[in-house]
Design a protein around this ligand. Structure first.
Ligand SMILES: *Cc1c(COP(=O)(O)O)cnc(C)c1O
Length: 405
């Protein structure tokens, strides 16, 4: 890259708004589940860009899709439709409960559309009183003001002035807490099948089933936020398929683009009909480049052998983590499903997930945290066994370092 300005991490603090605190390294290249930084140091990627790089870095099918589309057509806006968007929507409809798709550019935007649709559906059908949205403590739904208010951590929505109203929070996996809040005024209950940012907390089958029944009894919509759990991450195309509980609205993003920004909201014909022409929109939503890449992602992942690999990778991760735990006694449990796993720190190491995360990076493995007590793994769904083994050797060194001081 001749003629390019030399840049380094220090420049971040000079020119970037300080809402992030990125690591000290700057990755410059990736291939599969390996990444290299400016100094040529190699990392095994167990983070997947926060459950986004579902096929690793520079997967040939995605590189081909983006190149092909880049030479055809980049953008139109929604004044016209486009072929990649139609193909992707058809694929999503054919492989899920949904009849209709709305495209956005991120998880937050997909959720924003879902919450607005739930409100509009209830207003049209039942009247203005039916505007309560019930979500859950520790949930995460994005950072727009509406979605962050629906999310279960007030700290993220405090300090920005008046919040959108009629948002109530129940306790996850506690059906009685939902019963206490749900009423004829409820338009939607919103949940993640596995809470991601909140600490990799899977919904119990009884809880999901119970919430579904409560929604039916009170004419409320069940909205599943599958932004983190979707697109094969739990070994099914969508996590709801593990439970046999079908949502009314589902949102998907992260893994869907494999690294290209895209989000989508899926729903039924009846519910979709309430977002009439002009009620909602986005300039970029359904952009041909994004949709072409997402189609290649779905075509690649939605195959029995790939979904089976997600579960065999999970077994290898669990075996390796159990072996490390036997030696160092750091985890109380490993939760989650497929390639969305959380190693929960035991009493002795409670609150120290960041120390393990930093030590891992030092030893050449990218991990994530999910709150102060959980180390999160959300790698490529097709990460090779060899990369898992090398990454776990490095992670063990990190655990040894943290536990030896
Ligand atoms: C990441 C995430 C979001 C927000 O997605 P963005 O693309 O960052 O806007 C919403 N819901 C869940 C469950 C997520 O994990």
């Amino acid at each position: 890259m001749t003629g390019q300005m030399q840049v380094n991490r220090a420049l971040f603090d000079d020119v970037m708004v300080p809402n992030y605190a990125p690591a000290n390294i700057i990755p410059v290249k990736g291939e599969g589940s390996r990444v290299w930084d400016q100094q040529g140091r190699e990392y095994i990627d167990f983070a997947g860009g926060i459950a986004v790089s579902s096929l690793g870095h520079c997967h040939p099918a995605l590189v081909a899709a983006v190149k092909q589309q880049a030479e055809k057509l980049w953008h139109l806006s929604n004044v016209m439709t486009n072929e990649p968007a139609l193909r992707l929507a058809k694929k999503l409809v054919d492989s899920t409960f949904a009849d209709k798709v709305y495209f956005a550019n991120s998880g937050a935007e997909a959720n924003e559309a879902a919450f607005k649709l739930a409100r509009r559906w209830a207003l049209d059908k039942f009247g203005a009183h039916k505007d309560h949205i019930i979500s859950f403590g520790k949930s995460f739904h994005g950072r727009t003001f509406f979605t962050v208010t629906v999310g279960g951590q007030a700290a993220y929505s405090d300090g920005f002035g008046p919040k959108p109203g009629a948002v109530l929070h129940a306790e996850f996996n506690n059906l009685d807490s939902v019963k206490a809040l749900i009423s004829e005024n409820t338009c939607a209950v919103v949940l993640e099948p596995i809470q991601g940012e909140g600490g990799i907390i899977p919904a119990t089958p009884e809880f999901l089933q119970g919430v579904r029944e409560l929604c039916n009894q009170h004419n409320a919509l069940l909205v599943m936020d599958e932004v983190q759990t979707g697109v094969g991450r739990t070994g099914k195309l969508y996590a709801y398929m593990n439970y046999g509980v079908t949502p009314d609205i589902l949102t998907t993003a992260k893994s869907l683009g494999g690294g290209f920004p895209i989000g989508a909201m899926l729903t039924t014909n009846e519910i979709a009909s309430h977002l009439k022409v002009g009620t909602h929109g986005s300039t970029y939503g359904g952009n041909p480049l994004a949709c072409a890449v997402a189609q290649a992602v779905l075509d690649t992942i939605d195959q029995p052998e790939v979904l089976a690999q997600v579960l065999s990778n999970e077994q290898l991760f669990r075996q390796q983590l159990a072996a490390i735990n036997e030696k160092y006694q750091v985890f109380s449990e490993v939760r989650g499903k497929g390639m969305l796993l959380g190693a929960v720190l035991n009493e002795k190491y409670k609150g120290r997930s960041r120390d393990f995360f930093l030590a891992a990076a030092e030893h050449g493995v990218m991990a994530l945290v999910a709150g102060p007590d959980v180390i999160r793994f959300a790698p490529s769904l097709v990460i090779k066994s060899e990369d898992i083994m090398v990454g776990m050797q490095r992670f063990e060194q990190a655990v040894q370092q943290v536990t030896s001081v």
